[in-house]
Design a protein around this ligand. Structure first.
Ligand code: 4AD
Ligand code: MG
Length: 489
């Protein structure tokens, strides 16, 4: 008999005495639980198509004792039976089993025996945790967010642009890349100064895994008008935090002729679209997480998502943000890290602004040049050595149109900027930073030939999933996390 997915079974209409009632049906999946009473057994069967399990009811007298014994938590089975209205509360229908086949037994060494295992424990069995209700929900939401992202950009006329994962350049200028080589590490050729010779390496030069597709993305935007990338990125920073992965997925739209205000509009509209998509298309999974008090303190997840849709995000120059933080310190607020003008904001500062001061997402813009990347658009200087940025806000030092989105419980979810379009200004900044542009000559050509104003941003995919699922640790929103000292599974 043809298999029906549990999702479809649960959606089948069961009108009083209607045609579906009693229909013969076949379902296949994994046993979540089995219980019995008075010669009848009940199985909760899940096949991953939905967080909900279908109830199978069987009369012990109709099955071999051996078969019933083998229906254990985690076992994979196929059930044929009749779909009927369920007398029990909590479900509309159930299946009265007529035949059961065991595909795969599952003994009591199965690591997911018990309900309510800790997140830490589940990470040690990441090969099996997708079979839990919680991880099933998270992974279906993750899939839905990927679909939302592709749909958003496709509908808005952006082209999906594939940028390389192996690169000879370092986009963000930080020395935190994973090297890619086919060289024999036990026998490295070095020159007279002791530097490794790469001529004989696979690419004939030193290469790494990319930290961002932006620079190539700009080549796409300055040809196709509007592009986005969506792929894995790699950072070898040793940050063991609940918000950092060594391998994470990033979405990077890059758009010609977009200015600072339009960039903020795009960032806000895009995130809201994704959150709305989750609320509309992942209802069962969100409700499961929302109601699952034991697993995460998440009861307010759905109201929190709805809250983000209601408010306009605050648009705040960095300089004003620092003033607010300084004011808070004056009023007794304690932070672990300093936050004077020029400092990179720590996540505690970002979260104070978002969660305590404004109580809504903040788009922060016009950061000090010293803490941002070379390619960002420079704000006009004042004679006193300051600069003028968003809505005339005067900063005490040079600033750039870096435009990040800060979110409750996450901190930075998007990092973006308007790009410096002037070849001369860009070169001056590169020289000031003493950057070696040998491997980026092609990037400079965008400013040499038909340069155009443009802007873009990078959204950390897992940080979006963190927000949408309300999970607390980024290791729990990707199937197989890569973090320092951990590349298992
Ligand atoms: O702010 P970042 O470093 O910006 C860029 O890479 C730019 N080239 C993006 C652009 O303008 N096209 O990274 C962008 C986002 C961050 O805001 C954060 O959400 C996420 O990527 N991110 C990480 N997510 C997980 N683990 C890490 N180690 C991350 N580093 C950054
Ligand atoms: Mg950033």
């Amino acid at each position: 008999m043809k298999r029906t997915k549990v999702l479809d079974v649960l959606n089948m209409a069961l009108p009083q005495g209607g045609s579906e009632e009693g229909a013969s049906i076949c379902v296949k999946g994994w046993v979540r639980s089995k219980r019995g009473s008075k010669g009848i057994f009940f199985i909760a069967l899940n096949d991953g198509s939905t967080v909900k399990s279908v109830q199978i009811v069987g009369e012990e007298a109709n099955f071999a004792e051996e078969t019933i014994k083998r229906i254990t938590t985690g076992a994979c089975i196929s059930v044929e039976g009749k779909l009927v209205e369920s007398p029990a509360a909590g479900q509309a229908s159930e299946i009265q089993a007529t035949a059961i086949e065991i595909f795969g037994d599952c003994d009591n060494t199965y690591p997911l025996q018990k309900k309510g295992a800790s997140m830490e424990y589940l990470r040690t069995v990441a090969h099996l945790r997708p079979r839990t209700n919680l991880f099933g929900a998270i992974l279906r939401i993750r899939h839905n967010m990927a679909m939302a992202i592709h749909t958003y950009f496709h509908e808005h006329g952006y082209f999906y642009f594939h940028t390389p994962l192996i690169t000879a350049s370092d986009c963000e200028g930080a020395g935190n890349m994973f090297q890619v080589t086919t060289k024999n590490l036990y026998d490295l050729k070095k020159d007279e100064q002791g530097k490794i010779i790469y001529d004989d390496d696979f690419f004939g030069e030193q290469t790494s895994l990319t930290v961002s597709g932006q620079l190539e993305g700009e080549l796409g935007a300055t040809a196709l008008g509007a592009i986005y990338t969506f792929g894995p990125t790699f950072r070898a920073e040793n940050s063991n935090t609940p918000r950092h992965l060594a391998e994470f997925w990033m979405i990077e739209p890059e758009v010609a002729f977009l200015d600072q205000e339009e960039l903020m509009d795009l960032e806000e509209d895009f995130i809201k679209y994704c959150v709305r998509w989750a609320l509309e298309k992942c209802k069962d999974d969100l409700e499961f997480i929302n109601n699952n008090k034991f697993i995460t303190p998440n009861q307010d997840l759905i109201p929190r998502l709805e809250g983000v849709l209601k408010d306009n995000f605050v648009r705040l120059p960095y300089t004003e943000g620092i003033n607010i933080l300084q004011e808070a310190i004056k009023n007794g607020k304690k932070f672990e890290f300093p936050c004077n003008w020029g400092d990179d904001l720590a996540s505690e500062h970002e979260r104070y602004l978002v969660e305590e001061h404004f109580k809504k997402p903040v788009i922060m813009t016009d950061y000090p040049t010293a803490i941002k990347s070379f390619y960002m658009k420079q704000n006009p200087a004042t004679p006193e050595g300051g600069s003028v940025g968003y809505k005339g806000c005067v900063a005490p030092g040079p600033t750039m149109q870096g435009t990040d989105v800060l979110f409750p419980s996450i901190g930075e979810i998007i990092g973006g900027s308007v790009r410096e379009a002037s070849y001369d200004k860009l070169m001056a900044e590169i020289e000031r930073r003493k950057m070696d542009m040998t491997h980026l000559w092609w990037y400079l050509d965008t400013r040499k030939y038909g340069s155009c104003p443009h802007a873009g941003f990078g959204l950390g995919f897992e940080r979006l999933i963190l927000f949408v699922t309300g999970m607390q640790n980024i290791r729990d929103v990707i199937p197989f996390p890569r973090t320092p000292k951990n590349a298992e599974f």
